[in-house]
Design a protein around this ligand. Structure first.
Ligand code: AMP
Length: 187
């Protein structure tokens, strides 16, 4: 049963890889960024609350994101496993996720970290042209990543759940590395 976390800085290609790997391994792809952007587009109460944080490159409050993940993990398409893309983003979310999974009788199998040098990241993000992809917001998102999300690499390493992948290559090659590493890890 593949239940995977995709870590890695913004712009590392984690969203792209999560979609491709989820399709190949028939897993549900759960991106908190996508769920939040959908809520913003619908102008739901949650979306209105999240919007400001997102446009500044800050993390949306944990309780809002955790509620989205809790609902999403109860949906039937997650039965064959899932990839969480962009969640957890800090230590408190990682601990809440462990508690939530214990409650619903599931566990994380692997946390995948995609390693990409900083200069490649900024280049890729500027090329993407998303609403929160202007240079100062990108810089803030990288800072938030370093301060709050990067420490999760050690968090999962300590639990022997970490899989590190060199993400500085063509999309297809990174996918191949990922799928191979995940298959070896599953044996
Ligand atoms: P992403 O698409 O993963 O790059 O996320 C885009 C934005 O959504 C982030 O910059 C945050 O503002 C927000 N976001 C996504 N996932 C989370 C999360 N797990 N916790 C808090 N905020 C999040």
């Amino acid at each position: 049963m593949a239940r995977l976390i995709f870590l890695g800085p913004p712009g590392a290609g984690k969203g792209t890889q999560a979609v491709v790997v989820a399709t190949q391994l028939q897993l549900a792809h759960i991106s908190t960024g996508d769920l939040l952007r959908a809520a913003v587009a619908q102008q739901s109460a949650l979306g209105l609350e999240a919007q400001g944080y997102m446009s500044r490159g800050e993390l949306v409050p944990d309780s809002l994101v955790l509620g989205l993940v809790r609902d999403r993990l109860q949906q039937p398409d997650t039965a064959n496993g899932w990839i969480l893309d962009g969640f957890p983003r800090n230590r408190s979310q990682a601990e809440s996720l462990n508690a939530l999974l214990a409650e619903i009788g599931q566990r994380i199998e692997q946390a995948v970290n995609l390693d990409v040098p900083d200069e490649v990241i900024v280049e890729r993000m500027l090329a993407r042209g998303r609403a929160d992809d202007n240079e100062s917001v990108i810089r803030r998102r990288l800072e938030v990543y370093r301060e709050q999300t990067a420490p999760l690499i050690d968090f999962f390493r300590d639990r022997q759940q970490l899989l590190e992948i060199d993400g500085n290559a063509a999309v297809e090659l990174v996918t191949e590395r990922l799928v191979n590493a995940l298959q070896v890890a599953a044996v």
